[in-house]
Design a protein around this ligand. Structure first.
Ligand code: FES
Length: 161
């Protein structure tokens, strides 16, 4: 019996659940898909997934909280992903995070007050030759210097409301 208000899931997510619901590892695959669709795992969606794959909600949340890559809060309109894989770490990835904190006033896994930006850490994004690298909404900026950040951010600030 459903104990929540009806949630209309994205059709691509419903199709994905249908494809995976009887397979091994379904919960991880489906949670990845949820995050791909919504940018995080909304509670209402987690509840609906729990119902559809007949898995206790507590188990779903156990997975979400165990794997740090799953997010429980809505990201900013623009997602900044700072690579801290080995190459980027060695070339100053942490300095990039520090400078973002100075400019935006938020740390890792936080969202600016106006909802424009969120900052997260990712591991190697596959372009180590360009280290240090950050992504904004999936677009890579490489050979990054702290001084480059204001210009990059201003491009995205202009696209917010
Ligand atoms: S370590 Fe950053 S792209 Fe590979």
């Amino acid at each position: 019996m459903q104990t929540q208000q009806d949630v209309k899931l994205d059709q691509s997510l419903l199709d994905f659940i249908q494809l995976w619901k009887d397979k091994k590892g379904k919960e991880i695959m489906i949670l990845h898909k949820v995050q791909e669709v919504y940018g995080y795992v909304p509670r209402a969606v987690a509840m609906e997934v729990s119902r559809l794959i007949d898995m206790p909600l507590a188990k779903i949340y156990g997975i979400i909280t165990f794997y740090h890559l799953f997010k429980l809060t809505k990201p900013g309109r623009h997602r900044i992903s700072v690579c801290l894989g080995t190459a980027c770490y060695l070339k100053g990835g942490n300095d990039i995070i520090g400078e973002l904190e100075n400019i935006l006033g938020i740390g890792v896994n936080a969202v600016t007050d106006d909802g424009s930006f969120s900052v997260e850490i990712v591991r190697c994004v596959g372009c180590c030759g360009l280290a240090p690298v950050l992504l904004v909404d999936g677009k890579a900026f490489g050979n990054l210097k702290k001084e480059d950040l204001p210009k990059i951010l201003s491009e995205y600030s202009q696209t917010t409301q």
